[in-house]
Every structure is written in C-alpha cells, then in structure tokens.
Design a protein. Structure first.
Lengths: 371, 240
C-alpha cells in the first residue's frame, strides 16, 4: 500500500461527499476554462489582425475603446510612410456589418495598390484593381455563408458589390469577410478620409521596435501594437475579459475553498479517533498534515480534470452560436489549463489548511477517547 | 532476567487530569527489564491505563521522569518517533482502520520508518504469518472475528520491530479461547523475540501469564509479585 493509495481510499469511502465536492469545484474550474478559452481565442483572432498583409506592426488611435472605433486620418497614413526606415504603410478601414444572422461580418476597405502588394491567397477569380468601385473579393467562409460565387452580386447595407474573386486565409476575420475598395467602404461607413488602422512594414534590416517608438514619439494621438500583449491599448474588451477571467478565478477559488474546507473539516471530524490511532502507531503530525492536504489536493486535481473537460465542452457549446463562431476559433492554450490547475491547487491548499492543522493539533489521547 | 538492562524506568511519575483534581498517577516508580513480561493489574480508575499511555508517549507526565530504552520522555520533543520505533500498542478495542485490509493495517506504522512499498508488503505478510493470519491478509476488519482482529492489531504493533509491546486489556473483549490464543502468541513473542511486554489487565488469569504482576490502587503501585520462581528485576522498584 502506498501513501497515495491510502489517500485514495480515504476519499473513496465517502463517495457521495467526494463526488459532490468534486462537482462543486469542477463547476468553478469549468467557468475558468471556458472563459479562458474564449479570451485566449479572441486574443489570438485579434492578434492575427496586427500583422495583416505581412506588416511588422499596426498603428491605431490611442485610447480607442475598441479597435473598430479607432480613427486614423489618411493624412497621418501618408505621414507615417515618411517616417525613416518605413518601407510601406497601408491604411485599412474595418467596417463590421450585419449579414443575415451574422452581426459581425468583417468588411475591409483597402487601396488597390495595397491589395496588390499584399494580397490574400486567391482560390478563384481575380483581385479588383485601381479605380474599381463596387467590387469585392470574399473570403472562402464568407462566400460559402453567403452562397456567392465569382460573378455574383452581394449587397451590404443596401449597396451592391460584384464578387470578382474568392480567397483563403489563415486569419479568421479575413476568411469570414471580404475586401472592397477603400472609398466604397468609407462611404458605406460614413468615414470619409479616415481608416481604422495603418499597417506598417519596415525596411529590411531596420528595427521594428525603434521605428514604432519613433512613430509614437512623432504622433502623440497614435499607438503602435506589435503583439497581442499590447492589444489592450486599443481594445478595452479584451482587457475587460481578462479582468473578468481573473475575477471569476478568484471567486472560483473562494467558493471552491469553502467547499473543500467543509468536506475536509467533516472528514477530519469524523475521523478524529482514526487520527488518534495513527498518532498512537507513530505517525508524525507532519504525516497527518500531508495526508489531509494530499486528500484535498487529489480532490481538487480530479475536479481540475473534470472541470477542464466540462470547460472544453462548454466552449464547444458556445461555438454552436453563429455569432460567436464568426468571432473566434477556439484555441485551447496550455496557459488556460495551467490556470485551471493553479486554481485547483490554491483551492485545495486554502481549503485544507484549517482542517489539516486541526487534525495535527489533536492530542493523541484526546483523539483516541473520541467516540 | 535481573542481568538484563532496564528498558523502562519511571521515577516519581505524577499525572493529573481536570486541573489537578484527578490524580491518575501519584508518584509511581517502576522499572522493567528488557525481555520481561509485566502485568499491571488493579481496579478500574487505578491508573494502570494512564501508566501505559505515558510509557507509550501518548501523553506527558506532570512531573517525574520516564526513560524508555534510553530516551527520557519527559524531555523528548519528538514523541511520534518514540511511538513509531520504541513501542507497539495493542488496545482493548483493536482500533484497526475499517477501510483497510489486514495487510494494509499492518503496514500503516511502517510509513514512518522509510520502508519501500515492497518492503512494507513483505514485512506485513511475514507478520500476518507470525500471528497465523496469512490467509486473511486481504480481509478487512469487519470480515474478521474479534480474536483475528486483535491478532492483526498485534501484528501492527510489531510492524516497526519495537523492543516493547504495550497491551491495554488485549483480551478484554474476547472469549476465553480467543483470549488464550492471544496470550499464547504474546508468550511466544516474548520467548522467541525477546520482546518486553507490559500488559494491563483486570483478569487474574491473564496476569498470571506474566513474569511479574504489579498491582495498582489509586494511582500508586502498592504491590508486586513474581509469578515465577526465578528472581524478578528490581523488586523494590514499586512505590512504597
């Protein structure tokens, strides 16, 4: 018999209580995992945008609550292109519009030369060229959703566009949306003369960080974003989700710890005499402590596994909603499960401290006399 | 036997309860030689179980010294180590863990002495063989008779090969046949392993199996007698 098997036997003998405690903690872990996966996936999807067209970084309006609210003037875009070591700058206007049941259809307004320079991978048709109007290339998923092929006409907000090409992309927003001439999208979005963000490619050999710093110094109203860690500069939503995730994790720890504490206190209380016997046959207080904490940790590790599995299922259930599916591709990052594990371990330790010390403080004779 | 070294030496041991109102032990002096079997007898409440619990380091005396196998328990900080290595305890109730098999119960004390899982299994098997319960190693306590449970308890008490076995009314709840078997087993352990046995009982027939009988009354040792013609160590060690 190993020490671990003794711990397992102690948990198994109160199956119902152990099961209910595991379930209770699992629900907290499920929330942590589901929200973690959603946040992680949203960030990953957002992160793909930062390097549209192979850009080194994105430039957007400082302090924007959401990237789609960001405004960068075409004049600034032109000035950005004059910054030393900048090879190319492309301004793109993002316009999110409702198509059928999808309220988040992504429309990108681009200049013809920018599109020609960094085009998505065409699978059918062609790109629209300079001077084109009311033409669009659609992502593969968008074309399938709309049931549109090359030569068909699709209408956005009452404005008809001729589909001239269909492309594929590894970027969710691209393959679920489309690109049309910048002027058409500016007119549709009533944002003449502005874009949402500028995408900057630096000259070969130049330091992107140095160029970004120079841009921030020269354009006080703009921020540069090179990786997802900086995305909060222009999107409070992700920051909010992060905060909510931490908040829910803390709540899960609190609620879970109380559950574990209740279970372990009951368990220690019921086993007072047994603990006395263990002390009488020579077990040290430290070993009793290890046994009680071991039981709590095992309980919570089981809950972490169950909760993680339920969290994955919950995420898949969330993705059955069309709206959500267009916003994110689930990414089950290791950090999400590491957080779930951390929550479980903290729950176990916090929940076990009191009952463990209570059991250690029991005098052997007092425990042996307990009926 | 008198040539053997002292293994338990209690001097002027006092133990009180309820803020001193109950004087369980009142200046007890007792010396037990290695390999000796001592029976402690007396009426209920005379302090015989308290005496045993102090030797087992389950409790500390208020005053006096208790030296067990060279360790002074009144100053020893790590009493758990003493319980794990120096003494084996057998209670009136077997006090086995009901969810564990006989073999697993025997293994429980061994966690404290650093044996591997295989060594623990092997030693438990040997000890169950010693108490003639090899066939019951996978049985849990509720599946065993009272006598079998008590034999498992003896095997558990011997798990860490302690030099001293402390038994508190080990036959108190057994029928006479089972009780005799337990006593025969203890006698065999004393003879073959040189085990020192201190046994608390209120049954004269049980006490008669010991080398020496120590009588207690009101927390004091009032009389001692040898049950064998050979001299018993330190016959004058009884208080008063």
């Amino acid at each position: 018999m190993s020490f671990l098997s003794l711990i397992v036997k102690n948990l198994i003998r109160q199956r119902v209580r152990t099961g209910l405690t595991v379930l209770g903690i699992s629900l907290g872990i499920t929330t942590v995992v589901a929200l973690g996966v959603v946040t992680h996936s949203l960030k990953a999807s957002a992160g793909q945008i930062l390097h549209l067209g192979g850009a080194d970084f994105m430039v957007a309006q400082k302090g924007a609550a959401d990237l789609s609210f960001s405004i960068v003037s075409e004049e600034d875009v032109a000035k950005l292109a004059q910054t030393p070591d900048v090879e190319y700058v492309e301004g793109i206007l993002f316009h999110i519009t409702r198509i059928g049941t999808n309220p988040f259809f992504f429309l990108g307004g681009r200049e013809a030369d920018g599109l020609a320079r960094n085009p998505p991978t065409l699978v059918e048709g062609r790109l629209w060229g300079a001077g084109a109007a009311n033409q669009i290339i659609l992502g593969r998923v968008a074309a399938a959703d709309l049931g549109a092929g090359v030569g068909d006409s699709v209408t956005f907000e009452g404005k008809p566009f001729e589909v001239v090409g269909i492309y594929d992309s590894s970027i969710l927003y691209e393959r679920s949306g489309g690109y049309a001439p910048l002027r058409d999208i500016q007119e549709m979005a009533s944002r003449t003369g502005v874009v949402t963000a500028a995408f900057v490619t630096v000259q070969q050999g130049a330091d992107p960080q140095g160029v970004a710093a120079a841009i921030e110094a020269g354009f006080p109203g703009l921020v540069t974003i090179a990786d997802i860690g900086e995305y909060g500069k222009v999107d409070q939503g992700v920051t909010f989700l992060d905060a909510a995730n931490i908040g829910i994790s803390v709540l899960a720890v609190g609620i879970g710890a109380i559950g574990v504490m209740n279970t372990m206190v009951m368990s220690v209380f019921e086993r007072t005499r047994e603990i006395g016997i263990l002390r009488a046959v020579g077990w040290s207080g430290q070993r009793i402590l290890r046994m009680i904490i071991g039981e709590a940790v095992l309980l919570c590790l089981i809950a972490a596994v169950v909760g993680s599995a339920l969290g994955v299922l919950a995420t898949r259930a969330i993705l059955l909603i069309d709206t959500v599916r267009t916003l994110l591709v689930p990414e089950y990052g290791l950090d999400v499960f590491a957080r779930a594990l951390l929550v479980a371990v903290i729950v176990a330790l916090v929940g076990a401290i009191y009952p463990a010390f209570r059991s250690v403080r029991l005098a052997p004779m007092e425990a042996l006399r307990y009926e | 036997m008198s040539s053997r070294p002292s293994i338990v030496d209690m001097r002027e041991v006092v133990k009180t309860y309820e803020d001193g109102r109950v004087r369980a032990l009142d200046g007890v002096n007792l010396e037990v030689r290695a390999g000796e079997w001592v029976a402690v007898v007396g009426p209920s409440g005379c302090g015989k179980s308290t005496l045993l619990h102090l030797i087992a380091a389950l409790d500390r005396p208020d005053s006096g010294s208790i030296i067990v196998n060279g360790e002074d328990l009144s100053t020893e900080r790590n009493l758990a180590r003493h319980r794990a290595r120096e003494v084996g305890l057998v209670f009136q109730l077997d006090n086995l863990l009901a969810t564990l098999s006989a073999a697993e119960n025997v293994q429980v004390p061994m966690f404290e002495i650093g044996l591997t899982a295989r060594q623990r299994r092997e030693r438990a098997r040997q000890l169950l063989g010693l108490v003639d319960l090899s066939a019951k190693e996978h049985s849990r306590p509720p599946q065993l008779s009272g006598g079998e449970r008590q034999r498992v308890a003896i095997a558990r008490a011997l798990a860490n090969e302690p030099p001293i076995l402390l038994a508190d009314e080990p036959t108190g709840r057994l029928d006479s046949a089972s009780g005799k078997r337990i006593l025969d087993l203890l006698a065999d352990l004393q003879a073959r392993r040189g085990l020192t046995i201190i046994l608390v009982t209120h049954e004269a027939s049980v006490a008669a199996r010991a080398d020496r009988i120590v009588r207690m009354l009101d927390g004091r040792i009032v009389d001692e007698e040898s049950t064998h013609p050979r001299p018993v160590a330190n016959a004058s060690s009884a208080s008063q």
